[in-house]
Design a binder for this molecule. Structure first.
Ligand code: CIR
Length: 258
């Protein structure tokens, strides 16, 4: 049974306005609102019974509040990734000292060149990790990642992505066999054995919910997703992430949960 004790987050900087985006038509994130949403996010996490470590903003890395991408944390150890986005690659060095506060040398591994991998492409289901092969995560990165997992007695498998940025942009595991799926993931054979909750196209962003110790945090403004999650019996908390959506970020991207 999964239980999270710790969460790492990083405050957004003013440079978030220059984060990578596939949706410039949504406009740039407004810093003050992004901070408010971040505070609400932290409050929701604390309600789920985790200790939150909040790192200071890093203006030189506009996307660095999305701490999920430069590291993956498993029950056996941490993997510092090698982000495939050039402007984000240095985030791996920035996150490492914090990872070292929780893990010793024996329990830290690295994805190395020519391998690339971003944590948004990794979805944990117990001791199995699905890894999306995306524009950010390549074949060699996945090979290294699975080798590390197997060295720890865990396992992984590759999922090919066609449209979305990261695997968890479109599919998220809610524990208890329940999985939120949207778009290209609805019919993927990889997920055939789960209790799939199909997220309608117009609420696709809402597929990025997070399960934290029995509660599911759902983004605000996705009523169909919220109702479906509640129907599964989960207590829910709703957090507005609309400023982060403007730069393709969501609930899972904003934290490392372990
Ligand atoms: C990026 O393109 O890297 C950021 N603007 C958004 C990262 C979202 N992270 C995630 O899905 N894990």
């Amino acid at each position: 049974m999964t239980k999270f004790s710790n969460v790492i987050v990083r405050k957004p900087g003013r440079s978030l306005a220059n984060g990578i985006t596939s949706a410039p038509e949504l406009g740039q994130p407004i810093y003050e609102r992004a901070i408010e949403e971040h505070d609400d996010y932290i409050a929701a996490l604390k309600q789920c019974g985790v200790k939150v470590t909040e790192l200071p903003a890093l203006e030189e890395y506009p996307d660095s509040c999305f701490v999920e991408d430069p590291a993956v944390i498993t029950r056996m150890g941490a993997i510092i990734t090698n982000p495939g986005a050039g402007t984000r690659n240095g985030e791996k060095t920035a996150i490492e000292p914090t990872i070292r506060e929780f893990f010793d040398d024996e329990h830290i591994r690295y994805i190395e060149e020519p391998g690339t991998l971003e944590g948004g492409d990794v979805m944990m289901v117990g001791d199995h990790f699905y890894v999306g092969r995306s524009a950010r995560t390549n074949e060699e990165g996945i090979r290294q990642f699975i080798e590390i997992l197997e060295g720890w007695g865990l396992e992984g498998s590759e999922v090919t992505l066609e449209k979305v940025l990261h695997l968890k942009t479109g599919v998220n595991y809610l524990e208890d066999g329940n999985m939120l799926v949207s778009g290209e993931f609805i019919d993927k054979p990889d997920f055939a054995d789960y209790n799939k909750v199909v997220v309608p196209e117009e609420e696709a962003y809402g597929a990025n919910c997070i399960w934290v110790n029995g509660t599911v945090i759902v983004p605000e403004r996705y009523p169909t997703v919220l109702a479906a999650v509640q129907k599964l019996g989960y207590p829910t908390l709703v957090v507005d992430t609309s400023e982060y959506r403007k730069v393709d970020g969501g609930l899972s991207c904003l934290s490392l949960r372990f």
